[in-house]
Design a protein around this ligand. Sequence first.
Ligand code: 1PW
Length: 211
Amino acid sequence: MADTFSLQRVLETFRSSLTENKEVYIKYYIAGWKELVSFMNSLGNVFSFISKDVICKIQILENFLSGENGSHYVTIQSMVKYELENELVDLTKRGSHPESGCRTLLRLHRALRWLELFLERLRTSAEDSKTSVMCSDAYNESLAQHHPWLIRKAVGVAFCALPGRDTFFNVMNAGDQVQVVALLGESLPLISEVYQITEDLYAKNNLLELP
Ligand code: 1PW
């Protein structure tokens, strides 16, 4: 993972994450998230408690991928099939598989929706728009529904400390604002496609509420 965030790399990793028949490579999905973590880190320390959880989830998935059953974790589709067939998922309450690949990836998947909504707001925002408002609107519309009160509070505090819109555009490291907006326009359909494929897969297998 490079230190400096680049929106271009996010675009490339999400592009690489789709197989020819529209499955999602976990390796690149994780790589995309690593880029996003480096983005969060460049926004300041307030985000460290958020990125810590994401890093922890990435690590769990990486361990599966490099473990002895790694070949079953090549795509999200193969992971779901493998874990379900071998009863490796706690379906209704946490039990003997508290950190299954399926439930871990579901957390990142929900967060990806937030990101998608937020970046779309940022892309279409006016110059005087507030990043904290865009971030919390996107959050309330998505991830917040899955978080308990305490986390929602803490996330809300972190949002208040967000830098302004100009800083966001600079941190994206993809040229001037017009260029960033163009690149966002290119990246978002890809992120959205990866999100939708995962969502459909989880819905089909009744996995959207995994504990
Ligand atoms: C500015 C762009 C930032 C986009 C990154 C979005 C990441 C959002 C992650 C929020 C994490 C808040 C703190 C941790 C909460 C966990 O309890 C929660 N994790 C997530 C990723 O939602 C649920 O995981 P758990 O507790 O069921 O293992």
